[in-house]
Design a protein around this ligand. Structure first.
Ligand SMILES: *Cc1c(COP(=O)(O)O)cnc(C)c1O
Length: 228
């Protein structure tokens, strides 16, 4: 499928859902996740009008960043090893996977300006998933106040991989509730106004539950490793 057509379809879906629930479609930003595809395909996303690109590995980011830097806002969406911070920090505008103080410390040390971070929360509790537990979030946010270069713009989660829509919805609802708790702290460096949730299979539910960034790979740019 053509990236432009995919993007139009996704934007139409966003509009339809937003009309139903009274949200402004402009408030939903689409991140094209380019980890499964070539630089050419990533460029097609930019040409189609996507402004945000996401990679989950240092290598993928480096390769694409060389070719696409002035036209895209880059997001690091994958598990981030502390030793990789140095090489990604001057390329990304957002990090979606902040989940421990040791990582915050390294980001703070390497960054030359405040980095917009999402705290990754393992809402579903699946062992295979990274992120801090819901119970840890508040103390974690308080601990981050010490780091001048960390700005907590929001929370991120990945729903379980399941057909059970209710389970997915519960997961997103829970993230929204945690967001409200963080906002109630009124920490100036943790406005936490964004929610990064929803992927190809579940972004419609995520929008209904308050997502402001949806991260879409397969159904937008495709998967050149054998997917759609
Ligand atoms: C790969 C990935 C996505 C996109 O997944 P699709 O199902 O292909 O849309 C979104 N978020 C994260 C963190 C990812 O690793």
């Amino acid at each position: 499928m053509n990236v432009q057509e995919n993007y139009l379809t996704i934007r139409e879906n966003i509009k339809r859902i937003c009309n139903c629930i009274g949200r402004n479609p402009e408030d939903i930003k689409v991140i094209a996740v380019t980890k499964y595809v070539s630089i050419e395909r990533a460029k097609e996303a930019i040409a189609a009008g996507v402004h945000h690109l996401g990679e989950n590995r240092d290598e993928g980011l480096q390769a694409k960043f060389q070719e696409i830097k002035d036209t895209a806002i880059w997001h690091f969406i994958g598990t981030l090893q502390t030793r990789k911070v140095k090489s990604i920090i001057d390329k990304v505008e957002y990090i979606h996977s902040l989940d421990r103080l040791s990582l915050a410390k390294e980001i703070d040390k390497r960054a030359t300006k405040p980095i917009k971070c999402f705290i990754q929360v393992n809402v579903s509790g699946e062992e295979s998933k990274h992120g801090c537990s819901p119970e840890e979030v508040i103390d974690f946010v308080k601990g981050l106040e010490a780091y001048q270069n960390i700005k907590v713009v929001g929370l991120m989660t990945m729903a379980p991989f399941t057909d059970d829509q209710q389970l997915i919805r519960t997961c997103f609802k829970r993230l929204k509730m945690i967001q409200q708790e963080v906002q109630a702290l009124k920490i100036s460096t943790a406005p936490c106004h964004e929610l990064s949730m929803g992927m190809s299979n579940d972004y419609e539910i995520a929008i209904e539950e308050g997502a402001t960034f949806i991260r879409i790979g397969t159904s937008l740019v495709g998967n050149e490793n054998g997917g759609v």
